[in-house]
Design a protein around this ligand. Structure first.
Ligand SMILES: [Zn+2]
Length: 454
């Protein structure tokens, strides 16, 4: 007896479970109920929305309420149509309907659930829909909407923000049915190492995988804001240095190493010889016939030519040409003898110390001013860099045989900081070649050094 009773109870439990499963099965089979479909009527002339009753299977009782803000909305039923009139022209009214929509699981892509909106053409003269999403979609931050034409599926709107379980999107006559879906990001590709030059702009162009994944917002963190800035997935190199960007999309985090270097001026190889002849005559060094005076190559103490005629003549020509452009040029400091340089250099050392003085002033015998082929134009001060005169010289001096002897970015070759005012005469031919090579320095061009021995 006892055993029989027990078995009966087990049977009953199994029976109940089966019934429950069957009910769940029926619910699953049944249509998906969508509540709160907001319809925005934007037809201005006549404030009417016509709903095809039969196609939408719209019954009186399915309309929960019609909200027309302060105005009354009149509902009229005519045959298969439902007419909704607003009492006031130009009034945007929202109708909350309870329409049954089908949910289907694999309409578009494998393993992607979508909300399927059918027969939207029955909602005539409407251009916007706001729909409450089912749970599998409203938990996402963004969804995509696809539209179905007679023979194709097209992306209607990507990455629509889910606003408190709702999405709103614009309808298009082209599509009869719509899918609202979300395609999960599995991975993304981003470059691991990026080398940038100062001021360079670089597009990270992250490729999301799968390529039709719902666009996700990319978060950047951790990086040194002094070295780079990031805006709209674009990196801007601000200053020399290394930094690591932590890139985050959904829960996938990746690191991007960024190295920013100072811009290196490039030598155009075709224009440049690989080897130049270096000759020394009377203690003076010439490379390819051009006199070289720098921290490696000095002049004899008694070399005393004064500002040379070739310099003066070329300068006079340049001065006249500049005048036509309303640019006033003059020589501020031309020839300096060995003894002049002794006084000058010692004064600088006294003021700034030897190490610093060496970055802007030459030691006696190592000054280009002693060559008679160099001069400071207008003023020897860094504020000159931004003047119209300095800009004019930078653009035009090569035409008269001059070069900016200590260019910006060439400090490691010349051993001197940028001097926009110090012009060296090298002759038109070489000046043009150097100009065509991005205005590199003489040292860079000839592949020679400029370093003091001690
Ligand atoms: Zn100078």
């Amino acid at each position: 007896m006892k055993r029989k009773k027990k078995r009966l109870r087990v049977d009953r439990i199994i029976y109940c479970l089966l019934v429950l499963l069957f009910i769940i099965f029926l619910i699953k089979l049944g249509s998906y109920s969508l509540s709160n479909l907001k319809i925005y009527n934007t037809v201005k002339e006549k404030n009417i929305i016509i709903v095809h009753k039969r196609k939408v299977r719209l019954w009186k009782k399915t309309i929960k309420y019609i909200k027309d803000n302060k105005n009354e909305t009149v509902i009229k039923y005519k045959k298969n149509y439902l007419y909704l009139y607003s009492s006031e022209l130009d009034n945007k009214f929202i109708i909350n309907l309870d329409i049954k929509k089908k949910k289907i699981n694999k309409p578009l892509f494998n393993n992607v659930k979508s909300l399927y909106i059918k027969d939207t053409d029955t909602l005539e003269k409407i251009n916007k829909l706001e729909i409450k999403l089912p749970m599998f979609l409203y938990k996402k931050k963004y969804v995509d909407v696809y539209g179905i034409t007679d023979n194709d599926i097209e992306l209607v709107q990507k990455r629509i923000k889910v606003n408190n379980k709702y999405v709103k999107f614009t309808l298009n006559n082209k599509y009869k049915d719509y899918f609202i879906t979300y395609i999960d990001l599995k991975d993304y590709n981003v470059k691991e190492n990026i080398n940038l030059k100062k001021d360079e702009l670089y597009d990270l162009s992250i490729i999301q995988n799968p390529s039709n994944a719902t666009d996700n917002k990319v978060y950047y963190s951790n990086y040194d804001k002094d070295i780079i800035s990031i805006n709209d997935d674009k990196i801007k190199a601000l200053k020399k240095g290394d930094t690591v960007i932590k890139v985050k999309i959904n829960d996938i985090i990746k690191e991007v190493k960024v190295n920013v270097v100072e811009e290196e001026k490039k030598v155009i190889k075709e224009e440049k010889k690989e080897k130049f002849d270096i000759t020394v005559k009377d203690g003076i060094t010439y490379v390819d016939g051009i006199m070289i005076v720098n921290k490696t190559y000095s002049l004899p103490k008694d070399y005393n030519p004064g500002l040379q005629k070739v310099y003066k003549d070329a300068f006079t020509q340049m001065q006249s040409a500049a005048k036509l452009d309303n640019i006033n040029l003059f020589i501020a400091s031309g020839f300096r003898s060995y003894d002049d340089q002794v006084k000058l250099y010692n004064a600088y050392v006294k003021e700034d110390g030897k190490e610093k003085a060496d970055t802007y002033s030459a030691r006696p015998g190592y000054s280009e001013h002693q060559s008679g082929l160099a001069a400071d134009i207008n003023t020897a001060a860094s504020w000159f860099d931004d003047t119209q005169e300095a800009k004019w010289l930078k653009q035009n001096c090569y035409k008269y045989g001059f070069i900016i002897r200590y260019p910006k970015g060439e400090e490691k070759y010349t051993g001197y900081k940028y001097e926009s005012w110090h012009l060296r005469y090298v002759g038109k031919e070489l000046a043009k070649k150097i100009h065509d090579n991005n205005d590199i320095s003489l040292e860079h061009y000839f592949n020679i050094t400029s370093v003091y021995k001690d």
